[in-house]
Design a protein around this ligand. Structure first.
Ligand SMILES: Nc1nc2c(c(=O)[nH]1)N[C@@H](CN(C=O)c1ccc(C(=O)N[C@@H](CCC(=O)O)C(=O)O)cc1)CN2
Ligand SMILES: NCC(=O)N[C@@H]1O[C@H](COP(=O)([O-])[O-])[C@@H](O)[C@H]1O
Length: 211
Protein backbone atom coordinates (compact mmCIF):
# COMPACT_ATOMS: atom_id res chain seq x y z
CA UNK A 1 0.00 0.00 0.00
CA UNK A 2 1.46 3.39 -0.97
CA UNK A 3 2.34 5.96 1.72
CA UNK A 4 -0.29 8.73 1.79
CA UNK A 5 0.83 12.20 0.77
CA UNK A 6 2.31 13.85 3.87
CA UNK A 7 0.41 16.75 5.41
CA UNK A 8 1.99 20.13 4.73
CA UNK A 9 3.10 22.05 7.84
CA UNK A 10 4.07 25.71 8.06
CA UNK A 11 5.78 26.40 11.40
CA UNK A 12 6.01 29.90 12.90
CA UNK A 13 8.83 30.75 15.31
CA UNK A 14 10.34 33.74 17.12
CA UNK A 15 13.27 32.19 18.95
CA UNK A 16 15.42 29.09 19.55
CA UNK A 17 13.13 26.76 17.61
CA UNK A 18 13.61 23.60 19.69
CA UNK A 19 9.96 22.71 19.14
CA UNK A 20 10.50 23.26 15.42
CA UNK A 21 13.57 21.03 15.55
CA UNK A 22 11.53 18.28 17.19
CA UNK A 23 9.03 18.48 14.32
CA UNK A 24 11.79 18.51 11.70
CA UNK A 25 13.32 15.41 13.28
CA UNK A 26 9.97 13.62 13.48
CA UNK A 27 9.11 14.35 9.85
CA UNK A 28 12.24 12.53 8.69
CA UNK A 29 10.22 9.33 9.13
CA UNK A 30 7.75 8.98 6.22
CA UNK A 31 5.38 7.15 8.59
CA UNK A 32 4.99 10.35 10.61
CA UNK A 33 2.73 11.65 7.84
CA UNK A 34 3.78 15.29 7.66
CA UNK A 35 6.52 17.50 6.36
CA UNK A 36 7.55 21.06 7.18
CA UNK A 37 7.17 22.99 3.94
CA UNK A 38 8.14 26.42 5.33
CA UNK A 39 9.20 28.22 8.50
CA UNK A 40 8.13 31.81 9.13
CA UNK A 41 9.19 34.33 11.75
CA UNK A 42 8.47 37.86 12.91
CA UNK A 43 12.15 38.60 13.35
CA UNK A 44 15.45 37.56 11.81
CA UNK A 45 18.73 36.41 13.37
CA UNK A 46 17.06 33.69 15.43
CA UNK A 47 18.23 30.13 15.81
CA UNK A 48 14.84 28.85 14.71
CA UNK A 49 15.46 30.17 11.18
CA UNK A 50 18.96 28.68 11.16
CA UNK A 51 17.47 25.29 12.05
CA UNK A 52 15.13 25.52 9.07
CA UNK A 53 17.92 26.60 6.73
CA UNK A 54 20.09 23.70 7.94
CA UNK A 55 17.23 21.35 7.08
CA UNK A 56 16.80 22.92 3.64
CA UNK A 57 13.35 24.29 4.50
CA UNK A 58 12.24 27.60 2.91
CA UNK A 59 11.97 30.49 5.39
CA UNK A 60 10.36 33.91 5.46
CA UNK A 61 10.45 36.85 7.87
CA UNK A 62 7.66 39.43 8.24
CA UNK A 63 8.41 42.15 10.80
CA UNK A 64 5.47 44.20 12.03
CA UNK A 65 7.55 47.38 11.75
CA UNK A 66 8.01 46.84 8.01
CA UNK A 67 4.28 47.42 7.46
CA UNK A 68 2.14 50.53 7.66
CA UNK A 69 -0.23 48.86 10.12
CA UNK A 70 -0.66 45.71 12.16
CA UNK A 71 -3.48 44.70 9.86
CA UNK A 72 -1.24 44.97 6.80
CA UNK A 73 1.31 42.79 8.57
CA UNK A 74 -1.38 40.27 9.39
CA UNK A 75 -2.56 40.18 5.79
CA UNK A 76 0.99 39.76 4.53
CA UNK A 77 1.51 36.87 6.94
CA UNK A 78 -1.70 35.23 5.78
CA UNK A 79 -0.83 35.59 2.09
CA UNK A 80 2.73 34.37 2.55
CA UNK A 81 1.68 31.32 4.58
CA UNK A 82 -1.11 30.58 2.09
CA UNK A 83 1.47 30.46 -0.68
CA UNK A 84 2.87 27.28 0.90
CA UNK A 85 -0.57 25.64 0.88
CA UNK A 86 -0.41 24.30 4.46
CA UNK A 87 -2.74 21.69 5.83
CA UNK A 88 -1.79 22.83 9.33
CA UNK A 89 -0.02 25.93 10.67
CA UNK A 90 1.96 25.41 13.88
CA UNK A 91 2.94 28.31 16.15
CA UNK A 92 5.91 27.07 18.16
CA UNK A 93 7.30 29.96 20.14
CA UNK A 94 5.80 32.49 17.73
CA UNK A 95 5.39 35.69 19.70
CA UNK A 96 2.81 37.56 17.68
CA UNK A 97 -0.94 37.46 17.93
CA UNK A 98 -2.60 36.53 14.65
CA UNK A 99 -5.31 38.89 13.49
CA UNK A 100 -8.54 38.67 11.55
CA UNK A 101 -7.07 38.03 8.11
CA UNK A 102 -4.84 35.20 9.31
CA UNK A 103 -7.58 33.57 11.34
CA UNK A 104 -10.08 33.93 8.52
CA UNK A 105 -7.71 31.94 6.34
CA UNK A 106 -6.32 29.41 8.84
CA UNK A 107 -8.73 29.36 11.75
CA UNK A 108 -9.39 25.77 12.80
CA UNK A 109 -6.09 24.54 11.32
CA UNK A 110 -3.73 26.83 13.27
CA UNK A 111 -2.35 25.44 16.54
CA UNK A 112 -0.12 26.95 19.18
CA UNK A 113 1.91 25.42 21.97
CA UNK A 114 2.02 27.37 25.24
CA UNK A 115 4.29 26.69 28.25
CA UNK A 116 1.58 26.59 30.89
CA UNK A 117 -1.61 24.71 31.75
CA UNK A 118 -4.20 27.04 30.20
CA UNK A 119 -6.32 28.78 31.19
CA UNK A 120 -3.67 29.49 33.82
CA UNK A 121 -0.86 31.84 32.92
CA UNK A 122 -1.63 32.96 29.35
CA UNK A 123 0.57 35.40 27.49
CA UNK A 124 4.26 35.66 26.83
CA UNK A 125 5.66 34.55 30.19
CA UNK A 126 3.83 31.36 31.08
CA UNK A 127 6.71 29.62 32.84
CA UNK A 128 7.77 32.72 34.80
CA UNK A 129 4.19 33.47 35.84
CA UNK A 130 3.65 29.91 37.07
CA UNK A 131 6.86 30.01 39.11
CA UNK A 132 5.99 33.41 40.58
CA UNK A 133 2.54 32.19 41.56
CA UNK A 134 4.01 29.23 43.43
CA UNK A 135 2.13 26.43 41.69
CA UNK A 136 3.37 22.90 42.39
CA UNK A 137 2.67 21.63 38.89
CA UNK A 138 2.60 23.36 35.55
CA UNK A 139 3.13 22.18 32.00
CA UNK A 140 2.27 22.94 28.39
CA UNK A 141 -0.89 23.26 26.36
CA UNK A 142 -1.48 22.69 22.65
CA UNK A 143 -4.56 24.52 21.46
CA UNK A 144 -6.33 25.63 18.33
CA UNK A 145 -5.76 29.35 17.98
CA UNK A 146 -8.73 31.72 18.08
CA UNK A 147 -9.11 35.48 18.22
CA UNK A 148 -8.40 35.61 21.94
CA UNK A 149 -5.07 35.32 23.74
CA UNK A 150 -4.48 31.64 24.56
CA UNK A 151 -8.24 31.01 24.75
CA UNK A 152 -8.68 28.51 21.94
CA UNK A 153 -9.98 24.93 22.30
CA UNK A 154 -7.41 22.61 23.82
CA UNK A 155 -5.92 19.72 21.84
CA UNK A 156 -3.73 18.32 24.61
CA UNK A 157 -1.86 19.19 27.80
CA UNK A 158 1.15 17.78 29.60
CA UNK A 159 2.03 18.23 33.28
CA UNK A 160 5.45 18.71 34.85
CA UNK A 161 6.38 19.28 38.51
CA UNK A 162 7.74 22.58 39.79
CA UNK A 163 10.83 21.93 41.95
CA UNK A 164 11.68 24.01 45.02
CA UNK A 165 15.02 25.10 43.55
CA UNK A 166 13.66 25.97 40.13
CA UNK A 167 14.61 29.11 38.28
CA UNK A 168 12.52 30.28 35.35
CA UNK A 169 15.10 28.72 33.07
CA UNK A 170 15.21 25.30 34.74
CA UNK A 171 11.43 25.18 34.91
CA UNK A 172 10.97 26.25 31.30
CA UNK A 173 13.50 23.66 30.13
CA UNK A 174 11.59 20.95 32.01
CA UNK A 175 8.36 22.18 30.42
CA UNK A 176 9.93 22.28 26.96
CA UNK A 177 11.17 18.68 27.17
CA UNK A 178 7.60 17.50 27.78
CA UNK A 179 6.10 20.06 25.41
CA UNK A 180 8.14 18.92 22.44
CA UNK A 181 6.94 15.34 22.83
CA UNK A 182 3.32 16.47 23.14
CA UNK A 183 3.67 18.68 20.06
CA UNK A 184 5.23 15.94 17.93
CA UNK A 185 2.65 13.37 19.04
CA UNK A 186 -0.35 15.64 18.48
CA UNK A 187 0.74 17.18 15.19
CA UNK A 188 1.49 13.69 13.90
CA UNK A 189 -1.98 12.45 14.87
CA UNK A 190 -3.63 15.53 13.36
CA UNK A 191 -1.69 14.94 10.15
CA UNK A 192 -2.49 11.22 9.94
CA UNK A 193 -5.98 11.08 11.47
CA UNK A 194 -7.38 14.56 11.03
CA UNK A 195 -9.26 16.34 13.81
CA UNK A 196 -12.66 17.79 14.59
CA UNK A 197 -13.58 20.76 16.72
CA UNK A 198 -17.02 20.78 18.31
CA UNK A 199 -17.49 23.80 20.53
CA UNK A 200 -14.47 23.64 22.83
CA UNK A 201 -13.86 19.95 22.29
CA UNK A 202 -11.10 18.82 19.95
CA UNK A 203 -10.96 15.16 18.88
CA UNK A 204 -8.57 13.33 16.60
CA UNK A 205 -10.14 11.63 13.60
CA UNK A 206 -12.46 12.87 10.88
CA UNK A 207 -16.23 13.36 11.18
CA UNK A 208 -18.01 10.41 9.59
CA UNK A 209 -19.58 11.35 6.27
CA UNK A 210 -23.24 12.27 6.71
CA UNK A 211 -25.19 9.21 5.44
N1 LIG B 1 -4.87 35.20 17.77
C1 LIG B 1 -3.93 34.55 18.45
N2 LIG B 1 -2.68 34.49 17.97
C2 LIG B 1 -1.72 33.81 18.66
C3 LIG B 1 -2.01 33.22 19.89
C4 LIG B 1 -3.36 33.28 20.38
O1 LIG B 1 -3.70 32.72 21.45
N3 LIG B 1 -4.28 33.97 19.63
N4 LIG B 1 -1.00 32.62 20.65
C5 LIG B 1 0.33 33.10 20.32
C6 LIG B 1 1.42 32.51 21.17
N5 LIG B 1 1.31 33.13 22.50
C7 LIG B 1 1.08 32.34 23.60
O2 LIG B 1 1.03 31.10 23.55
C8 LIG B 1 1.38 34.53 22.63
C9 LIG B 1 2.32 35.23 21.87
C10 LIG B 1 2.37 36.62 21.94
C11 LIG B 1 1.49 37.32 22.77
C12 LIG B 1 1.51 38.82 22.77
O3 LIG B 1 0.98 39.46 23.68
N6 LIG B 1 2.10 39.39 21.71
C13 LIG B 1 2.08 40.86 21.54
C14 LIG B 1 3.49 41.44 21.82
C15 LIG B 1 4.50 40.86 20.84
C16 LIG B 1 5.93 41.31 21.10
O4 LIG B 1 6.21 41.98 22.12
O5 LIG B 1 6.77 40.97 20.23
C17 LIG B 1 1.64 41.18 20.12
O6 LIG B 1 1.47 40.22 19.29
O7 LIG B 1 1.44 42.37 19.85
C18 LIG B 1 0.58 36.62 23.55
C19 LIG B 1 0.53 35.23 23.50
C20 LIG B 1 0.58 32.95 18.83
N7 LIG B 1 -0.47 33.73 18.14
N1 LIG C 1 3.16 32.35 24.58
C1 LIG C 1 4.01 31.73 23.63
C2 LIG C 1 5.16 31.03 24.30
O1 LIG C 1 5.59 31.40 25.38
N2 LIG C 1 5.65 30.01 23.63
C3 LIG C 1 6.74 29.20 24.15
O2 LIG C 1 7.98 29.64 23.64
C4 LIG C 1 8.89 28.52 23.73
C5 LIG C 1 9.61 28.45 22.41
O3 LIG C 1 10.68 27.55 22.53
P1 LIG C 1 11.48 27.12 21.18
O4 LIG C 1 11.68 28.39 20.38
O5 LIG C 1 12.74 26.51 21.71
O6 LIG C 1 10.60 26.12 20.45
C6 LIG C 1 8.02 27.26 23.97
O7 LIG C 1 8.13 26.81 25.30
C7 LIG C 1 6.62 27.76 23.72
O8 LIG C 1 5.65 27.10 24.48
Amino acid sequence: MSTPTPARLVVLVSGAGTNLQALIDATADPAYGARVVAVGADRDDIVGLARAERAGIPTFVKKVGQFSSRDHWDRAMAETVAGFEPDLVVSAGFMKLAGESFLERFGGRFVNTHPALLPSFPGMHGAADALAYGVKVTGATLFIVDAGVDTGPIVDQVVVPVEAEDSVETLHERIKAAERQMLVDCVGRMAREGWTVTGRTVQFGRRPAVP
